[in-house]
Ligand binder design. Structure first.
Ligand code: F6R
Length: 620
């Protein structure tokens, strides 16, 4: 949520900043801006709209200079307009910054600064930080005989940070100190790239690829003072610390669109490979179990676990619900999936041997991070199921499992969902084999999982039928998504996908719950998408479907190849391969992803960048 970039070195900053913002745009696309230090002045270009519009503006009015900062915004405080776009200036232009996060006490700071004569030009919380910094900077200059140097700037920054409540990733420039960039973080991710006589700062490692593979992840309460050839890191409480340099992989997936029109479609089609990657090296065939390198717990410790809490948001929560069903079925460990935004403030009883898994694609979701920290603070083993290597959650967890799905750029999560479900199936196998699950049952699960990539390829062949269905129903304004057991989370996920990218109201329900209320919504203009592959309670789901048909509700069924009966009942059927029940979410979610994609296209919606949303939700 909001992307930040900074550059200091010997190259023209403008292009590096714009390219970085382009790669960070999935984090927010309400507005974008850059400031480049040019002949002792801070030259600003900013604009409401997407990064290409900023690039156009910069092409018309280029800025030269080798030090600069940039920002792509997801609005939290203040509407989307040019003025509220970052960077923001403080004082009379002597300070300039970009900010990701939320300053909770900004109104009291703003009131106090206005009393001191500071004039606010925007509605943002970030401008309060800029003015406060200018005020503290002037205070430092007063103490320091007006010597504008990096020490005065650092002192001013530290004095400012002490007064902030909330979260921030900040990159700051001071007009009078033209060769230094200042960085600080609490709660919002920042990574520093180390080049050859140059440094980069970004919200994630994406913009650094191609420039450098040496990075330092800034932790909470750390500040950095960066020049072209020097990097100093200071902890707020303990003073200077040695930067911990890590090497990032340059070929961690492919973030280009290739021949696809949209990232979402590309990522839907990448699912067979993503699942293969999630499975790679994670089977122990001889023992019919799964293997994980990063749980960081002994078999004895794992054996003592008597409860598992999965915590996540959005799509990752839906994957967690599949995980709950799997872990209880195969491992018989009481499991619960908790919304991270609730768990962080709730205080549910947790036994001493409760284990926590935070499930997150980005590894930066603020609520998931806070819930994880709360559980960690209480002393529970807290692990992450995460896609983005080096993300905050991945780094702070006691251990974890990476998805290896490659970059997911489309705001609507697709391949991360199926990769998370794959990893959770492996986890259920692993815990199951430590407990009640027999050797043959373990073998069967392994064989089932190994068959999934090929079955996903076959599933993708439903694409033409999905297009036809999308055309038939794209003008409807309400949809119901219904499924039972393992397909109930799939129904929730299908409804979320439709809502977020096509702005159509959609509800996911357990099919049998319809008669307890939602059936009242059914009429000839409200299609119901029934996820009804072959399963132990297939006849029961069919009864639920007939209840909808009896009320003249159009029915779209997701059913298994060879199910002829369904064709007589449903208005339209999208066929998918038959798999064992516990593997069905990996298959049945695919037509629902494609359906939302095509309906959104037909309604002229921006599939990869839906309105009001951003990929990485780093604010509460
Ligand atoms: C929906 C979607 C969101 C995310 C949620 C959690 O398509 O992408 O609901 O799943 O914001 O994000 P992560 O998994 O990054 O923690």
């Amino acid at each position: 949520m909001c992307g930040i970039i900074g550059y200091i070195g010997h190259q023209e900053a403008q292009n590096i900043l714009l390219d970085g913002l382009h790669r960070l745009e999935y984090r927010g696309y309400d507005s974008a801006g850059i400031v480049v230090m040019h002949e002792g002045e801070l030259a600003l270009r900013k604009k409401a709209g997407r990064v290409p519009e900023l690039s156009q503006l910069v092409a018309e009015r280029p800025v030269t200079g080798t030090l600069g900062i940039g920002h792509t915004r997801w609005a939290t405080h203040g509407e989307v307009n040019d003025a509220n776009s970052h960077p923001h200036f403080g004082g009379e232009g002597e300070v300039c910054l970009v900010h990701n996060g939320v300053i909770e006490n900004y109104t009291s700071l703003r009131d106090a600064l206005q009393e001191k004569g500071y004039e606010f030009k925007t509605e943002t919380d970030s401008e309060a930080v800029a003015h406060l910094l200018a005020y503290e900077y002037r205070e430092q200059l007063g103490k320091n005989g007006s010597v504008a140097d990096a020490t005065s700037c650092l002192n001013a920054l530290q004095a400012t940070l002490k007064q902030l409540k909330g979260t921030y990733g900040l990159v700051v420039l001071f007009r009078d100190v033209p060769n230094t960039m200042f960085v600080a973080r609490v709660g919002s991710p920042l990574v520093i790239g180390i080049g050859n006589k140059e440094h980069f700062v970004a919200s994630d490692a994406g913009p650094l690829l191609g420039h450098t593979d040496e990075v330092v992840y800034l932790s909470d309460n750390e500040l950095a003072v960066i020049t072209a050839d020097d990097l100093k890191i200071v902890h707020r409480d303990t003073g200077a610390i040695d930067p911990k340099v890590q090497i990032i992989e340059q070929s961690d997936g492919n973030a280009d669109l290739g021949d696809y029109e949209h990232y979402m479609l590309k990522e839907i089609y990448e699912q067979p490979r993503a699942v293969e990657n999630a499975l790679r090296g994670r089977f122990n065939d001889d023992e019919a179990t799964a293997v994980f390198g990063g749980l960081n717990m002994t078999a004895q410790q794992l054996r003592r676990i008597d409860r598992i809490v999965l915590t996540a948001c959005g799509t990752s929560w839906h994957a967690g619900l599949v995980g709950e069903y799997l872990l209880e079925e195969f491992a018989r460990v009481p499991t619960e999936v908790e919304y991270a935004s609730e768990l962080r403030y709730r205080n549910p009883p947790m036994s001493e041997n409760t284990m926590i898994f935070a499930i997150t694609q980005s590894g930066e979701t603020a609520d998931t991070l806070a819930a994880m920290r709360e559980c960690k603070r209480k002393g529970h083993p807290t692990l992450a199921i995460c896609n983005v290597v080096g993300s905050t959650i991945a780094r702070e967890a006691d251990g974890g499992i990476y998805l290896h799905a490659g970059p997911e750029i489309g705001v609507a999560s697709t391949k991360a969902f199926t990769s998370q479900v794959t990893v959770l199936t492996l986890l259920a196998l692993f815990f199951g084999r430590m407990r009640h699950l027999s050797y043959p049952a373990g073998k069967r699960i392994i064989r089932g999982l190994q068959s999934i990539p090929e079955l996903m390829e076959q599933t993708l062949k439903c694409h033409e039928m999905v297009k036809y269905v999308a055309e038939k129903y794209s003008e409807k304004n309400n949809f119901l998504y219904l499924g039972r057991l393992y397909n109930f989370p799939v129904a929730l996920e299908g409804a979320l996908k439709l809502k977020e990218i096509s702005y159509i109201h959609a509800e996911g329900y357990p099919a049998a719950e319809m008669k307890h209320g939602p059936l009242a919504l059914v009429d000839k203009n409200t299609p119901s998408v029934f996820v009804v592959p072959k399963c132990g309670i297939y006849p029961k789901v069919i009864s639920n479907l007939e209840e909808v048909k009896a009320r003249k509700g159009p029915v779209i069924a997701i059913a298994c190849h060879g199910d002829e009966k369904i064709a007589e009942l449903a208005d339209d059927v999208i066929y998918v391969p038959d798999v064992e029940e516990y593997l069905q979410p990996l298959i049945t979610s695919i037509p629902l992803q494609l359906l939302s994609y095509h309906i959104a296209l037909l309604r002229n919606c921006n599939v990869d960048r839906p309105r009001n949303l951003a990929k990485s939700v780093t604010v509460e």
